[in-house]
Every structure is written in structure tokens, then in C-alpha cells.
Design a protein around this ligand. Structure first.
Ligand code: MG
Length: 326
């Protein structure tokens, strides 16, 4: 992708592609570099190390008047844990870098840290370091999570083949629905929108998928189904057909109702697992207490196609989250 020469950064995807082109991993211990949920490093002969890093930025990923500090801390770590899950790995340790505005009350930081460390403890993850700085603007947090997986067993985005079936865990669109409710001024709380405020990385499910060799490719739904499935398709050089009627919609609000198809297709931050499986593999309808739903199949084509009940097809554009999009 040529540099446009403008001051505005390239769309996120092009920006990453540009950096990726400039990097060579040949002769290094990097088994998988840019282009997956985690980097895969071979530092030991018997196991691979997974590394992921994720920003949590005030005004982009959370708002101080919408999100309790405990929720911000919880979601910050979940972003990293979910990337480890997306590789079929197990998390070990985390590093947290925080840039904080000078006038931020210490209670905010304490409550944020409490939310983050409580979740870390639940998963046996130890915070091993990080950095702190004064922020010129809002709160900026960067989480690095290290994990492990048996040598060569990391589940990559690039493993899908035409004929594979496509599955998703849990329900989609709940997190986006919470944001929309808050944007429209509705009072939302973590009881109604738990998946948004306190999402759960699907680590146990991921572990079982890897142990039983069930998934050929996998990603977590952090940006939205249309965008995340697009990543699997691009890395695997395949296309996909999705049946909208099969997509498990989240039920939110009071009284609870199904979120719209748009939220289920494009809403991000659900942190479910989206994976493909070879034709012969039997995938149970529930794994580790989480519902698993087949939503389509991998095709030889390009791009993602929606197929309705009558067999009519239309192209699905990726409309999930992408930074710097004009
Ligand atoms: Mg991810």
C-alpha cells in the first residue's frame, strides 16, 4: 500500500499491511508475526509463546461517565486474554502500561486496578510489570498478555479451507447494543449488559477446541463478525457464506429482546470465538457451558456472502470496527 503523503493515518488495515510489508521474520524465533490475534514465538523446543498487546483508550473504548473503573480494568485485561483464547492458548502473565491525566482521582486508578487484578487472579495470571506516565489527554492503558500453547498447536487465522464449516460461540451484538443504549441516554448497567461491562474471554472453550483439535482457524470477535470473519478469509485466502437466520443474536435490555441483525453482524467487543472446522469434525452444540452455533461455511470464492432462507445471496461488507476509517 503506497504512502498517501497525507497527515491523516491510513485506515488501520492498510497501515498494518504497510508495516507488515516492511518486516522480515526470516531467521527469527517468530513462527507467526503480524496478522494474527497473537504473535507466536518459539523460545523453547516443546512449547510456543503467545504475545498480544491491546490499547484501551478513554473516549474510544470507554467513557468515564458510562463505565465504572472496575469495568474498564476488567475489559482492558479481557482484550488480551481473549486474544490468547483466539489462539487456543493459556495465559500466564500480563504487563500494564498506564498514562494518566494529572487530575485523575486516585480512587479511579484503585478501582480500575482492582477490576483488572480480580480478573487476573481468576485466571491465574500475574501482573509482572509495565510503565506509568502522565497523559496530556485522557486515560490510556496498554495491556500486554503472554500465554503458552504446545509447540505447533496455536490455532491461526490462516487455517481455514473451502468446505470447512463456520461456528461462533455465545451470542453476538450484545456489547454494541449496550453502547447504543448509553448513547441514546438510556440508563444501562452491568446487570442488563454484562457482556459489555464484564465480558468473559472464552479461555476454557478455546482450550478444549485446541486439545480435541476441533478448529482449523480461529479469531475472537473483538471488532465485529463481518470484520473478524473477513480477517480469517484474508489470511486463509478463502471466502465465506453466512446464513443470517443462523446467527445467535444477544438478548439485552429490560424486557430482554433480540438485538438487531446489524449489531449481530457488525457490533464489536463481544469477545466470542469465531472458528472454522473441517467437514468431518463433530462439533457439540455446547462446549464448556458455552453455546456453539454453525452460521455458515467457507467457500472457494472471495469475500463474505449472506444467504437468506430462499437461497438469495448478497455481498456482506465489513462494517465492524476499524480505526482511522474516513
Ligand atoms: Mg483478536
Amino acid at each position: 500500500v503506497p504512502y498517501s503523503g497525507d497527515a491523516v493515518p491510513l485506515p488501520e488495515k492498510s497501515l498494518i499491511a504497510e508495516v507488515r510489508c516492511a518486516v522480515s521474520t526470516r531467521g527469527s524465533s517468530i513462527i507467526r508475526g503480524i496478522g494474527d490475534d497473537c504473535a507466536v514465538l518459539r523460545l523453547r523446543p516443546d512449547q510456543d509463546t503467545l504475545v498480544t498487546t491491546d490499547f484501551t483508550l478513554e473516549g474510544i473504548h470507554f467513557r468515564r461517565d458510562w463505565h465504572p473503573p472496575e469495568s474498564v480494568g476488567h475489559r482492558c485485561l479481557t482484550r488480551g486474554l481473549s486474544d490468547i483464547a483466539a489462539m487456543g492458548g493459556e495465559p500466564i502473565t500480563a504487563f500494564l502500561s498506564l498514562a494518566l491525566p494529572r487530575d485523575l482521582p486516585q480512587t479511579w486508578v484503585r478501582r480500575f486496578t482492582h477490576g483488572l487484578l480480580k480478573l487476573a487472579h481468576e485466571h491465574g495470571v500475574t501482573l509482572a510489570g509495565g510503565d506509568t506516565a502522565q497523559s496530556p489527554g485522557g486515560i490510556l492503558a496498554d495491556i500486554v498478555v503472554l500465554g503458552t500453547v504446545r509447540r505447533g498447536k496455536a490455532i491461526l487465522r490462516s487455517g481455514a479451507r473451502a468446505g470447512d464449516r463456520i461456528f461462533v460461540s455465545g451470542e453476538l451484538g450484545g456489547s454494541a447494543a449496550a453502547l447504543t443504549a448509553m448513547r441514546s441516554g438510556k440508563k444501562s448497567n452491568s446487570l442488563q449488559y454484562r457482556r459489555h461491562f464484564y465480558p468473559e474471554a472464552r479461555l476454557q472453550l478455546a482450550c478444549i477446541l485446541r486439545e480435541r483439535n476441533l478448529a482449523s482457524a480461529m479469531i475472537d470477535t473483538s471488532d465485529g463478525l463481518s470484520t473478524d470473519l473477513g480477517h480469517i478469509c484474508e489470511e486463509s485466502n478463502v471466502g465465506a457464506e453466512i446464513e443470517p437466520a443462523l446467527i445467535p443474536h444477544a438478548r439485552v435490555g429490560k424486557p430482554a429482546e433480540d438485538v438487531s441483525l446489524d449489531f449481530a453482524l457488525h457490533g464489536g467487543e463481544d469477545y466470542e470465538l469465531l472458528f472454522t472446522a473441517r467437514p468431518g469434525k463433530r462439533i457439540p452444540p455446547e462446549i464448556a457451558g458455552v453455546r456453539i452455533t454453525q452460521i455458515g461455511r467457507v467457500t472457494r470464492g472471495r469475500g463474505i456472502v449472506l444467504v437468506d432462507a430462499k437461497g438469495r445471496k448478497r455481498q456482506l461488507r465489513a462494517r465492524g470496527w476499524e480505526h482511522f476509517r474516513p
